[in-house]
Write a protein that binds this ligand. Sequence first.
Ligand SMILES: Nc1ncnc2c1ncn2[C@@H]1O[C@H](COP(=O)(O)OP(=O)(O)OP(=O)(O)O)[C@@H](O)[C@H]1O
Ligand SMILES: [Mg+2]
Length: 360
Amino acid sequence: MTDATVKVLLVEDDEDDYILVKDLLEEVNSPRFELKWVASDDGALQDMCSGQYDICLVDYRLGTRSGLDLMTDAKAKGMRCPAILLTGYGDHDVDLKATKAGAADYLEKSLITPALLERSIRYAMENAQTTLALQNLSRRILSAHEDERKRIAQELHDSSGSSLTAIKIGLESKLEAMRKGKDAVEGIRLEDLIRLVQDTIKETRRMQQALRPPIIDDLGIVVALRSLCRDFAKFCPDIQIQHSFDIQEEEIPEPLKIVIYRVCQEAFNNIVKHSSATSACMILRKWEGRIELSIEDNGQGFDPRKVLEGRDIRREMGLASMKERSELSGGFFSLCSSESKGTAILVSWPAGSVHYSLPA
Ligand SMILES: Nc1ncnc2c1ncn2[C@@H]1O[C@H](COP(=O)(O)OP(=O)(O)OP(=O)(O)O)[C@@H](O)[C@H]1O
Ligand SMILES: [Mg+2]
């Protein structure tokens, strides 16, 4: 736990027990605790939902109701901080109910020591932070998926949708003309319609390619990455691109391939958009039992803390989604960037153990 003061709300109807908790907290050397005592459950709900406390300690037997009911109500009304249930006597049944009601812990007052209370509060706060981070992550992933669906729907509408409508109108008018006994060469030319059909096929292939590049399944990730580098070099002749693959195709777990591809794609996009670099280097290798991917550029760099911490949820998704894809697939993501030295992205996974794969 850090040295910052931890704000504790105690909901307890017995003054002796308030003094007990106060003394226990005062005996803890670090961190410092600031305790607020609420003696009745009447005003407690408002305090519990106020967002002012880091942790809430709730007595199981309050005057008119149980601490468990109070906790359940507070959660329903938006209490964000974790809560620990305190009881006079150990009761396994109450312990189970406490877990179900979302209590972070269940402590028997007669057994509490300063060290135990500090530890329980620390774990409760850490777990609450992890849960919050996971909730934010899920929210961002859902929002990114929704944006992606919107983009695909828009593309389908603007490309294949419009072309197919034009083809249908063309064919109808041709049929109409033929029914009226006009010559087949009059009006819209069949050759033009065929060209439109060919364009639509091409457009559909392009979209399919963007959704899940078939080259990964057909020829493997190493060939796919070589092709990505070739395209990059073609479109950005001012940036020298180097690559090195010191790994065999079969050493890369199947679910990891799309993750590696997407990370490289986004890293390259960022180099083109933001770096002003003159050279970039991609390395994929097996090294000391790990699969390592690095993408570096010698461009202008940036301050990663500003970008990753002050990020608007709907904008600047690239770096965040690289990190999320990497970590959800069991990898470790790191980013180094400085003004003089450019930017380096390094992701490493334990070889052969991938926990999850993100949808492409
Ligand atoms: N290689 C790089 N060199 C310099 N700056 C970079 C580099 N990569 C990222 N950045 C900086 O980090 C910011 C965030 O990058 P990120 O990929 O998250 O968002 P974006 O590229 O602006 O938008 P999006 O990827 O969502 O289309 C960029 O706006 C840029 O300022
Ligand atoms: Mg980007």
